[in-house]
Design a binder for this molecule. Sequence first.
Ligand SMILES: [Zn+2]
Length: 65
Amino acid sequence: MSVRPVRPVPGPGTAGTGWCHWHKGPSGTAVLIEIVEQGSGPGAGVYACAPCREQRRLVPYSDQP
Ligand SMILES: [Zn+2]
């Protein structure tokens, strides 16, 4: 298992990092899993924390082909 640098978590109120969309709660280990394209406006990032990634076998966006 390789160790990846984890981006620092931005302050409160910042959408995205620091939030796990799987257990719907804050997390210090959340990483980007996928970017959901939306019809209007910018795409939204979906993040998952380490335990959720393990349970669901999620692959971080940066590790996907
Ligand atoms: Zn989670």
